[in-house]
Write a protein that binds this ligand. Structure first.
Ligand code: ADP
Ligand code: ZN
Length: 304
């Protein structure tokens, strides 16, 4: 089976071809422009590729309510041309195959549950900490959408005692994304995260904000694994820092050996590395093709 996969990011699009084993056989990448020229490149890439389905993990916010008149559209993005763009409609008009469509972070969490760090588990959450902060949720074998879809990057946080930074989120100021995204780090310190030394106070603060959000998600959803990806998490010293702070914030309250004794295997980097997004889109494509045929892939039960 040859399945198309699209990681539709706010800065770049990655398109690829993969198979049921989660192997990516071919890929290309190009910058995200306004919709039409961007998607013309998508059409050109997949034309003649003989694919049976396509999965799309998209930047958002997007409308995922199948009963909504605007299902499949990008909604409130400030990205020029994309607000109100009918992404799924465009894909359907151009490709007569099943189309899987979800958020970029739901795609990533799905890929990780199929083939990555949460393989075999029926629940996990995936955080990306990059240009923005996003959270994908896989719970009891399903991707979670709820009313819209989770927007866990915008939860409010308690301020670090030594942090006067006002925050960088246009909607909330000092929400998690406003305090802990890559651009927030750059704005606060006047240097990109990649330019700050490993022992800089920036990382203590970063760990403090991320550990708060992760402690909250553990209390709220009780996931079996927490996966942290995105550009900022290339700072590997953040993982032990975050684990230590999560242990401190939870203070022994959540009585699971995974949290009390084994945080190293509980809060982890993506098993698929920087491929989590594209593999996740591939998983969405496989799911779209198999649910159309009445099959629930991998023994898991997914929303149709
Ligand atoms: P995007 O979120 O746009 O898909 P990334 O996940 O690569 O892309 O995130 C980009 C952000 O991550 C930028 O703000 C960048 O400064 C930050 N970043 C990238 N590499 C590093 C690094 N090694 N250390 C700290 N921050 C980094
Ligand atoms: Zn916000």
């Amino acid at each position: 089976m040859r399945i198309g996969a699209i990681e539709a990011g706010g800065t770049k699009f990655i398109c690829g071809i993969g198979n049921e084993e989660g192997e990516i056989l071919d890929r290309i990448s190009f910058p995200t422009d306004i919709p039409e020229p961007t998607l013309e490149q998508v059409v050109a890439y997949f034309r003649d590729k003989d694919i049976e389905a396509i999965g799309v993990g998209s930047f958002g916010p997007i409308d995922l309510d199948r009963s909504s008149l605007t299902y499949g559209q990008v909604t409130t993005t400030p990205k020029p041309g994309w607000s109100g763009f009918d992404f799924v409609g465009f894909m359907k008009r151009n490709f007569p195959v099943p189309i899987g469509f979800d958020t970029d972070v739901n795609a990533a969490v799905f890929g990780e549950a199929m083939w990555g760090a949460a393989k075999g588990l029926d629940s996990c959450v995936y955080y990306t900490i990059g240009t923005g902060v996003g959270v994908g949720v896989f719970a009891e074998g399903n991707l979670i959408h709820g009313l819209v879809h989770p927007e866990g990057g915008h939860v409010l946080t308690r301020r670090h005692p030594e942090d006067p930074f006002e925050g960088f989120c246009p909607y909330h100021g000092d929400c998690l994304e406003g305090m802990a995204s890559g651009p927030a780090i750059e704005k606060r310190w006047g240097l990109k995260g990649s330019e700050l030394p490993e022992d800089h106070l920036a990382w203590e603060m970063e760990g403090f904000y991320l550990a708060q959000a992760i402690s909250g998600v553990i209390l709220l959803l009780s996931p079996k694994k927490v996966i942290l990806g995105g550009g900022v998490m290339h700072q590997k010293q953040l993982y032990p820092l975050i684990r230590k702070k999560v242990a401190k914030f939870l203070n022994g309250y959540v009585a699971s050996p995974a949290i009390l004794d084994d945080l190293e295997n509980y809060i982890v980097s993506p098993g698929l590395g920087d491929n989590a997004g594209l593999c996740g889109a591939l998983a969405l494509g496989i799911e779209a093709s198999s649910s159309k045929a009445g099959i629930h892939y991998g023994g898991l039960k997914f929303d149709d």
